[in-house]
Each structure stands twice: as C-alpha cells, then as structure tokens.
Write a protein that binds this ligand. Sequence first.
Ligand code: HEM
Length: 437
Amino acid sequence: MPLLGHAWQLHSRPLEFLASLPAHGDLVRIGMGPYPAYVVCGPEAAHRMLTDSRTFDKGGPFFDKARVLFGSSLPMAGWREHRWQRRQMQPAFQPERIDAYAGVMAEEIDRMTAVWRPGMRFDLTAALTTLTLRIVTRSVLAAEAEDEAVADVQHSLHTVIDGIYQRVMLPLGPLYRLPTPGNRRYRRACTRLHRAIDGIIAERRAAPGGDDLVAMLLEARDEDTGEPLSDKDIRDQLVVMSGAGFETTANSLAFAFWLLSQHPEAEKRVHDEVDKTLAGRTATPADLDGLDYTRRVVHEVLRMYPPGWFFTRVTTTETTLAGHRLPAGTALLYSAYLLHHRPDLFPDPERFDPDRWLDGSGDCLPRGAHVPFGGGNRKCIGDQYALVEMTMALASVCARWSVHPDPGAALRVQVRGTLGPGKLFMTCRPRGAAADG
Ligand code: HEM
C-alpha cells in the first residue's frame, strides 16, 4: 500500500502474511512504511544472521523505539557492549542455579493449584501468567514469596510491559502524555515498579553478598574504566529480565493445555507418563528424564506457537545474504513462526505432533530451521530455565488435574509482543485418587 507498504498486512494479519513469504524466496524485501526491510525466510540465511551478530546487530525500526524505553539492557545492547553484559549475567543461568530456582517453581506451582476446586472455571492464561510472573520475579530478584517490594513489581510489571509494547507498535508521541486513564495507569505502574526495584537495589548495596543475579550486577565492573553499573543500569536489566521471562512461558503453557485438550491421545500419553513418574506429586528437575513425552509436547508447542514470533536486526556493514547484496544499515526481520511453519521443513505444519521430536529427529533439520529461542550469542539466556519451568508446570498440573475448555470453544491466537492464546476459560477436574473417590 502507498506510504504504509506491507506494514498494514504485518499489523492486521501478521501470521498469514509471514507464512506467505517463503514462496518468494529465502530473503524477501518488504516495505515498512517508507523504509524497505528484508524478511529472512530460509533456515541457512537465518542461521548466518543469528550467528554473525557483529554484522547483523540488534536494531531496526521497532527496536530503536524499544531501546528508548528499555535502556541499554541485555536484549537491547549493541554487540560490543552485549558481550560484556552477557558474561556478567550468564552465571545466573548455569544448571546449578536453575536447580535452585526449581524450588521456587515447585512452590509457586503448588500455590497456583492450591486454590483450584473440582469444577472451577477460570481463565487459565491469567492463572499461568500470575504463576510465571511470581516465579521469574522471585528468581531474578532473589526474593521470598511474601516480599512486599516483589509484590509491587508483580503488580506493575504487566502494565508497564503492555504499555511499552503499545508505545513501540503505535508511536503516537505526544498523545501518550495526555492525562487519559490508560496513560495515567501506565505512569503509575512505571513509578511503582521503579520505586520497588530501586528499593531492592539499595537494600542489597547496604548488605552486599550472595550469588544471585542482583549480586552479580552489583559486583560487575566495566572492563576499561573499572566503574560499577549505575542503579538505573541495574534496574533496566532486572526489569527487562523479568519482563522477558513471564508472558513467554505463560503463553506457551496455556497453548500446551489447549492443545492437549484438543488431542486426547496426546493428553493420555502425558497422563500415563506423569502417573508413572510423579504419582501425583510436584515435579523436580530430577524427574525431567522420566518426562520425555511431556518435554516433546513443550518442544512442539514452541514450534507451533513460538511466543517470540518476530525480531529485528540491522546490518553494520555491507554484506551478502541469500544472494542479496545488503548495504550497511539494512533492516532485517526474522520470525520463528514463519520458519516453523514451512511445510518443507515441518511437514503438515499445522498438525500438533510431539513425536516430531522423537530421539534426535530434530538433529536432521537444517541449521536455523527451529529457533524458538533464537540462536548464536544472542540466544535466549533463559532457554533452559524456561524449558525446566514449563515441563515442571505442565507435568505437575497434569499429575493432579485435567483442564477442559467450554464446549465449542475455539482458539483465537493473539499476536502482540508475544504470541498468545488470549483469555482461555477452562474448567478443572481432579485426576487420580481424588477423582476416583
Ligand atoms: C518460552 C519461553 C521463552 C522464549 C520462547 C524466549 C525467546 C527468546 C528469543 C527468541 C530471544 C532472542 C531474541 C532475538 O534474537 O532478538 C530471547 C532473548 C532473551 N530472553 Fe528469552 N524466551 C523465553 C523465556 C525467557 C526467560 C524465562 C527469560 C529470563 C528469565 C528470558 C530472557 C531473555 C533475555 C534477557 C534475552 C536477551 C538475550 C541476549 O540478547 O543476550 N527469556 N528470548
């Protein structure tokens, strides 16, 4: 369309639009408003772009707007600064740390289901969002369940992340300064969030120590100047880390429960597996080996509905990709959804089939074909954390409960900052001894 280019299609029917692009080649030029951008449609090109982060750096039309709001935190940093930041934070996601977070995960899963009653009908997406928000804020901020400052973060983070998404996708400039109820809510949530996190940082500065993410950020020193990070830098990192780590996992879990409810044979296999491995108790990381099928369900959900469906890069120098010469400053878009729905890579891509991931089947895929967590040195820092959390939550809930959508309910995929199922009203029924009794 004149002026808008393909931006309107990307906005109004993004998934159909993206899925239509591979027919035009491995790198497809589209118009984003007055600017051209290239969508990476081939796995080899995606792999090259993801692994050469110096040539294909973070940046691009939406990204630059997000940077204003998120500061220069890990996902926003340019490649040079990113390497240093990532080294400081990576230890917080080592396997032994994830085992420690698993205690919080188990506690919060039990907390969520403790209020469920037989026949109760509720919005499962909302319940899972509360679950993962509580888990990630407690892990990232190293806090106990009843910590007041963390409760403030939990109350305000969702509104802030939603507000930022709206401001990035719909840049209405001065209109966001008007005293409308929505703008006031956003500003109040920002103030509450910042005050709570600043309070946590101040407390930890006063009593240094620990081996958690906050301690790591407080101890970090700039390689050249030896300067510590400012409170604002630390706050940005903590907000972004928490923000990246709840809607993604909640939406994937909600899709998983929906898909199981629509595929009784897959649901029965999960139930048989959790009955054998957990016998009604909450999962721990030690159970993961016995939860092979449940893990395949999680992988298949991330293939069909990758929550991070759309990211951008920008070339830092002239280069060639998939046979196209790209000048420095070219905007690129990549979408896991697009790659995961190519029928030549994933036959019958709309079919939910966890057995696609049977022993090593994924190893036969071309590099860059399956990228729910991205790739290269910008790959999701929380990937293992998320996989453990989702498998534990799915298995633990299924060990005791089954959830059922309303008769005739249909899935409406919502495309926002993350891909999600929107409100998902489900009725829960106890399984096992409670159900039999
Ligand atoms: C299902 C769950 C998740 C999915 C699908 C997911 C997906 C992704 C993807 C695709 C990227 C790369 C973006 C790019 O290439 O531009 C990314 C980066 C990132 N994710 Fe996740 N994510 C998930 C969960 C989490 C969790 C639980 C955390 C933190 C606790 C987290 C924190 C981050 C951070 C900080 C980055 C930036 C990494 C960097 O640039 O070095 N994510 N995520």
